[in-house]
Structure formats: C-alpha cells, structure tokens
Design a protein around this ligand. Sequence first.
Ligand code: AMP
Length: 192
Amino acid sequence: MSKNRLIFLGPPGAGKGTQAKILAEHLNIPHISTGEILRKAKQEGTPVGLQAKAYMDRGDLVPDSVLQALVRERLQQNDAQTQGWILDGFPRTLGQANFLETLLPEIKQTCDLAINITVADEILVGRLAKRAELEGRSDDTEEVIRNRLIVYSQETAPLIDFYQKSSSTPLVTVDGDRVLEVITAELKELTT
Ligand code: AMP
C-alpha cells in the first residue's frame, strides 16, 4: 500500500513546496502547507493572520501555539482523515514535533514517513533570491532570507536527529540539488 501520511522537512528553498504539491497530486492526498495557510490568513486579515504577520515578515517562526491549533484542526478535516496528507513546513520546532507525536494517536492517525530534502546553503540563497523576484514574497528580501536560514539551522535542523532517534516515524534524506523530475521520481518510488 502506498504511504499517504507524510512529513516534508528541509530548509527554505530546498524545493519542499514544489515537490510536495506534485507528490500530493500523484498520491491524491491533500497538500497541507502551513506557510501557505498562514500567508492566506495574513492576506485575509484573520486573527491568526494578524498574529502571524510580524513573525513572517521578519522570517521568524510563528509561535508553536498558533501552529498547533491550526494543524490540529486541519488534520481532523474529512479529506485528511480519509485520504491522508503531506505536511509541508510542519513540524518546524521540537515542540511542534512532540506535539504531533501526541496528536496523531489522539486522532487515530499515524505518520508513514518523514522526508528530508537537502540542499547546500550557498545554493539556497541563490534560489531564494530568484524566488523573491518571481513571486514578490515579502519574506524573501536578502536580510529576511538570511534570518530564515539561521532560524532553520537553529530550530528546525534538530528535527532530523529527532526523527532518527526519538520517533517511530522513519526518516529518509533526498538530495534536492538535482533536476526536478529526478527528485519527483525518487519521491514517488519512496512512497509507493
Ligand atoms: P514557508 O512557506 O513554509 O517557508 O513558511 C513561511 C513562513 O510562515 C515561515 O517563515 C514562518 O514565519 C511561517 N511558518 C510556516 N510554517 C511554520 C511552522 N511550522 N512554525 C512556525 N512558523 C511557520
């Protein structure tokens, strides 16, 4: 049976979002990007959006409590319950990872695989600067990009160790510095 509950880890600019979107379509499961949900909330000016705005604009992480409430609600929606999900950009802190370990059994779900997409730092900076030009994201200025990479290495990189040592969810690492289609083919293989 194919794996249909997946976590995507990896630094900003590694291609997580792009690959997660393609794979979710292939597996016919919802693509849940916490970054996208927060950007939408920000644009719409909802209470969550207003709370998240300052953190996002600086390239800092939005507080765990906000993300945890958001993910708890999203994973219990009907499509996620019945089809599965790709969590893209969550968890991003050890607090969030521990929260997910408790939440999943509570809502009678499990996670099949954590996928860590890796790309060297110097390549990430170039990719993020290019994306800033194309998408005009307010969190893609050079200063903010640098901060997002620092936040990643301090807060999120420790999750690799967490999944290797302290979780029953297996972790695989995928080289993200290759042609898009080659990476997609590997991800399809890993989740079949
Ligand atoms: P992304 O599109 O995944 O790069 O997320 C954009 C921004 O949304 C991040 O820089 C954070 O400010 C915020 N964000 C997204 N996911 C999370 C998360 N799991 N924890 C905290 N902040 C998050």
